[in-house]
Each structure stands twice: as C-alpha cells, then as structure tokens.
Design a protein around this ligand. Structure first.
Ligand code: HEC
Ligand code: HEC
Length: 458
C-alpha cells in the first residue's frame, strides 16, 4: 500500500490546487474514496444480478447481467465478450445505413427461443445478418467502466479545451448528441439538450445514466421508463424487434404488464418491463436498476498506476505523439500541461441521496484517463459503423481515443479485440494515428520495451 500512496503524492504536481486529491490510490475494484462499503455493495450487487425472462429478459439479448460481461480484473472491468454490428453504405458508398428496419446495427447473439405464455406458444428468433449488409460482422469488445463518474462530471468546455490545444494533424472531433436520459441529480444535464459524447468505442453517448438504460435494453432486452423533472423518458421502453420483426403480443418476455392506464400516463407501451409511472408533480426518478447501474459506475474508482513503470517509456510515449490523443495532464513542459487538467469540480451542492444511496462523485479529484475522449479518423483501424444514419465513410471511421487507465488488467485490445499485445495494437494505428505508429516503429528495441512497459503500468 505504501508504494501506491507514494505514487499519489508525486502525481499531484500539475494541479496546483492544495484541496485536490488524487484518485490514483485505489486498488482495482475499489470505490472512490468517500464512498462507504455499504453504499458500494448495494449498487455493485445490482450490477451483477442476473435477470430472467420473468424480469423482462429478451426477446433477444447478449447476456443476463451487466456484471457477466464487464469482468476483467473486477466487476466493472473490461471483458472478453465481443458484440457484433453490421450496416451498409448507400448512395454510391457515401451514406451509412444502420439497417435499423432489419434490426441493425447491433446483432444480439441470443434469443429466448421457444416458450409458453399461458396458452400462447412463443418463438423468439435469433438475429442474423441481413443479406443486404455491406459492412459485416464488426466486433465490439467490452470496455472497462472505471472512473466514469469522473468523466461524467466534466463539462463540455473541458473537452473543447483539450481538443483546441491538440496539434492540428491529430486533433480530435467532439460529437454531440441529444441527451435522452439526463442524470436528474446534475443540474447541468437536461433531457433534450445537446452534450458532448464521451462513452463507448465510437463516442456514441453523452450521459452515463443514458448508457445504463441503453445497455439494459440492448444487452439484456429489459425496457424501462423513467421520470426526469416531470417528463416521462420514453426512449428505452420499446422492446427489441429481432431483425426488425416485432414479437406478437405477449411474446416479448414474461414480465408482468403495466396497469391499463400506463400508456396514457407515460407514453410507453404496456409491456414496458419496469417503470416509474406517472411523472406528475415534476417528479425526478430514474428506474431503480438503471439508477443503481449508473451509481455503481460513478463510484468505481480507476486503479492506481503500477509504480513499477518506466520513466524513459513515459518520455517516449510523449515524444512518439501518443499523448496527443491519450492525453495525460501531468505531462510537463509541453502544451498539453496547460491544455487539460482532469480534475472534477467539487461536488455541486444540493445533490440528493433520496433513495438512501449517495449518488455523486465526492470532492474535487484529479485523475489520469490517458484519453481526450474525442473521436479520431483512424483510417483502416476505423470500424466503418456510423453512429447515425447518413454518416459519411470518414465519419464512420471515427473512433474514440481509448482510455488507457487500467489497461494492465485487460485480456484483449482494440475495438474488435483482435490482439492482446500492446505493440501490435500500436502498429494497427492508422489515419490520424499513423504518425505515432511510425514513430513507435522507429524506436530502438530497448525504447520500445520501455514504452510498452509504461503503457502496461497504467
Ligand atoms: C453482452 C456483454 C455486455 C453486457 C451484458 C453489458 N455490457 Fe456494457 N459494454 C459491452 C460492450 C461490448 C461495450 C462497448 C460498446 C460500444 O462501445 O459499442 C460496453 C460498453 C459499456 C459502457 C461504455 C463505457 C465506455 O467505455 O465509455 C458502459 C457505460 C456500459 N457498457 C455499461 C453497461 C451496463 C450498465 C450494463 C448492464 C445494463 C452493461 N454495460 C451490460 C458489453 C456488455
Ligand atoms: C490520433 C490519436 C491517437 C494517437 C496519436 C495514438 N492513439 Fe492509441 N488509440 C487511439 C484510438 C482512437 C484508439 C481506439 C482504436 C480502436 O480500437 O478502434 C486507440 C487505442 C489504443 C490502444 C488499445 C486500447 C484498448 O482499449 O484496446 C493502445 C494500447 C494505444 N492506443 C496506445 C497508443 C500508443 C502507445 C500510442 C503512441 C505510439 C498511441 N496509442 C497513439 C488514438 C490514438
């Protein structure tokens, strides 16, 4: 333990603010300091809980629990589960089509198969890749969830500042999306407003609460309705339609139906699996599992850097240009030292703990994700899956700079999990990453080993 605390001491150099503490003292799987074991256990257990057909699992799904995929090193880590996506390019190859009417772009790997709902015999088909897809079987590896509450706390201007200070050749782009489910505890988040995306391989999602609701329906088939400031959130209450064909009534799963007046109260179908109900009176209440998943991820601390690192490797990481995208705010002497200080604002006053669980990032914390959270045109490393219908081929090549914190606990690397070797992952960097890959390739054998040792200490 003492070695880890020593690390924390030496990496607070850049903050210049005595009241900021480092998050870098946690062991893998620990919560942020200030979170009690009791609070953490409640939300972690919920994240690990396996769901059944009577809870709403299906009709198609990838797994039965969040914690069944996010497993590397600890609950909430990365995982070996690789999901599958497809799509096509229309208009002479210029315009991405996710084939949503055929169940795309995500192809869920499992279905409920044949089951009885009372007298009705139901058969949920397994999804297949439609014949008209031109982008085939793209892999998406399970990413780690460490430190995401810290990322969530950063305002858009923070990411804008990082990108503005990046060298133009490797400058990232920020993708903004409409918030579909705001965290009601954060006054800066409004459902329906634009926010900078920061989550997923593709920078697809702006808000953690929203990712949780999205994963619940897309990974497990569990549909939910929530209330944010009196507005019913309907974006996650429709059951998946395998390859675009909605299941007949009663055959989506075996969760009990909502009350007869549910649709008129909430705008969601009666077969919504779990719901808050009426939002009248300005109610803010996120469906309890979704809230607990988001809270678990908010509390899950990034692990401390391994002190057995390489100072020369760190220097080479910077000189090869890695830190232009994998931003480290403690880089000193370069432009990046002033471009970004990953430090959460002190928790805003008035955050509630209405459900008995504390739900915010405590205090002002400095952290080291080694990412700008921006999207980059990675050339041949891009996966050719657009975020939105109509995306150009260049947009479809955009990938988020993968955060490198906790990378030593990973098994597989890159968006499709094609390798477990750091040097191979570096060599695959193309497009805006090509110059850094070349710079790495030109290092002496000893410097390469040092750089990989440094990356492997994160
Ligand atoms: C079948 C495996 C699987 C299950 C189950 C699963 N995930 Fe994931 N998770 C993934 C994959 C794969 C990704 C990367 C997705 C992408 O970027 O396209 C991911 C990414 C994420 C991210 C984005 C993290 C980042 O890197 O920015 C969050 C947040 C997340 N999952 C939360 C959840 C929650 C909450 C649940 C449970 C409701 C869940 N996941 C269930 C496989 C899974
Ligand atoms: C132009 C921005 C950029 C530069 C420069 C860059 N990277 Fe990356 N890096 C990315 C992106 C984007 C990804 C995700 C790629 C993917 O899988 O599609 C990534 C992925 C990685 C991964 C795999 C992480 C994971 O989660 O699987 C490693 C390791 C890595 N980079 C190390 C480096 C090193 C070392 C350098 C310097 C030699 C470097 N990168 C330079 C943008 C960059």
């Amino acid at each position: 333990m003492s070695g880890l605390f020593a690390m924390a001491g030496c990496s607070s150099e850049s903050s210049g603010d005595e009241s900021v503490s480092e998050v870098g003292q946690a062991l893998i799987g620990d919560p942020l300091s200030g979170i009690t074991a009791a609070d953490f256990t409640i939300v972690k257990d919920n994240f690990s809980a396996a769901e059944a057909i009577t809870d709403g699992l299906g009709p198609v799904f990838n797994e039965r629990a969040c914690g069944n995929c996010h497993t590397n090193g600890t609950t909430g880590g990365a995982g070996n589960n690789i999901e599958r996506r497809y799509g096509r390019f229309d208009n002479n190859g210029q315009s991405f089509n996710p084939l949503a009417n055929e169940g795309g772009s995500l192809r869920q790997l499992f279905s409920l198969g044949t089951f009885n709902n009372g007298a009705t015999l139901c058969t949920a088909p397994v999804e297949s890749e439609p014949a008209d897809a031109t982008v085939h079987n793209v892999g998406r590896l399970t990413t780690p969830l460490f430190g995401l509450g810290l990322v969530e706390a950063m305002p858009d201007s923070f990411f804008q500042n990082i990108v503005n200070n990046e060298p133009s050749a490797t400058r990232g782009v920020l993708i903004k999306s409409t918030i579909l489910l705001a965290n009601p505890d954060d006054p800066s988040e409004l459902t329906g407003a634009l926010r900078v995306n920061r989550y997923g391989w593709k920078d697809a999602v702006p808000v953690l609460e929203q990712f949780a609701a999205d994963a619940y329906v897309n990974e497990m088939g569990i549909t939910t309705q929530s209330c944010v400031r009196g507005t019913s959130v309907t974006a996650f209450c429709t059951e998946s339609a395998p390859n675009g064909r909605a299941q007949p009534t009663g055959c989506d799963d075996l969760a009990p139906l909502q009350a007869a007046n549910f649709t008129s109260l909430t705008g969601c179908p009666q077969n919504t699996d779990d719901a808050v109900g009426s939002c009248s009176g300005g109610l803010s209440e996120v469906q309890d599992d979704v809230a607990n998943f988001a809270t678990f991820m908010t509390f899950l601390a990034p692990p401390a850097q391994d002190p057995n690192t390489s100072t020369n490797g760190r220097a080479k990481f910077i000189s090869a240009g890695c830190a232009n995208c994998h931003v480290d705010n403690t880089v000193s002497g370069g432009a990046l030292a002033t471009a970004a200080t990953f430090k959460t604002p002190a928790s805003p006053a008035g955050i509630r703990a209405a459900d008995g669980v504390l739900r915010h990032v405590p205090g002002s914390l400095a952290f080291h994700p080694f990412s700008d959270f921006a999207a980059h045109d990675m050339g041949s490393l891009g996966d050719n899956i657009g975020l939105n219908a109509g995306d150009s081929p260049a947009q479809a090549r955009l990938m988020r700079t993968a955060p490198l914190w906790g990378i030593r606990f990973r098994n597989l690397l890159l968006h499709d999990g094609r390798t477990s070797d750091i040097a191979t992952a570096i060599a695959a960097h193309a497009g805006q990453g090509a110059a850094a890959a070349t710079a790495f390739g030109n290092l002496s054998a000893a410097d390469k080993v040092d750089l990989v040792t440094f990356v492997h200490s994160l």
